[in-house]
Design a protein around this ligand. Sequence first.
Ligand code: ADP
Ligand code: MG
Length: 323
Amino acid sequence: RSTIQKIAAGEIIERPSSVVKELIENSLDANAASITLEIRNGGKDYIRITDDGHGFNEDDLKIAFKRHTTSKLNNIDDIYKIISFGFRGEALASISSVSRVEVLTKTENALHGIRGYVENEEILEMMPIGCPKGTTMIVKDLFYNIPVRKSFLKSNTIEANYISDIICRLALGNEGISFKYIKDNKVIFNISKDNDLLTNIYILLGREFADNMVAISFESSNISVRGYVSKNTFYRSNRNHQYLYVNNRYVKNYDITKLIEEKYKSIIPINKFPVYVVFIDINPSLIDVNIHPTKQEIKFLNFQQVANALDKAIDQTFNRILS
Ligand code: ADP
Ligand code: MG
């Protein structure tokens, strides 16, 4: 295994939370309705993700851990209009080149499930087993073969916090899906697919948030905005809790951050940062998500249009609650 390949893997898989992000996004792409994450020791030793998605058939499983294997790109145009999370076919390859992976999977119509062990993009063993429809990935001993990278990891507590942030973002961004999070044998939360967004805000962020937020919504022909924004500031009101989703993907966009913050300053006296959980749905041809390998940053091709929609959404709500 060449050093260069291991370094390349490290670009996507930087720490345990990167494994969690990639695997949960795969579960979402596989149409899971229910996802469980279990970690031990900050995810350094053990990460398990179980979903009830469409699973792998035997032929797909054989190649899934090879680099550039993806079932999500049908033609090159697609890369500009991505609706699924993954599209490069690099995550499973990268994870398997820096850890020991065990996979259990079954498709709806298969007579039995398959258990496989993977190292360095190779399936070492595949055995028939009985298991329900869906996929479980168990990732052990992250960076066992790259001691330097391992030594750069933070304490178990800090690595677990990174993971908690990731699952919180994903759970907030995916109403209608059950998320269960188990940390060191303790259930941290268990979110039902029947919860609405405000209930999830309460469970994931706490009462302070749920009590201090107000709904916004706005719709025009090619953009819609919805979600919750804070109606005042409170103790934990800070930039760590500004959740922005574009076409259901958690993203960072500094222009939007600034826009919302400036907007707040013009409406209410505010001495802290506003918090929000905002979803923007927009025609995918009007965004560019491909500017960063981990795909968190996005660009709007027509920012003014987005700005106007957000502006109106916030104005409508504050006109209502301030009148
Ligand atoms: P990408 O997500 O970019 O396609 P990945 O390396 O993350 O690449 O995954 C490779 C392929 O393995 C996916 O395209 C998908 O077909 C399959 N796959 C990955 N995870 C799952 C899962 N949890 N359930 C079903 N299929 C999966
Ligand atoms: Mg993927």
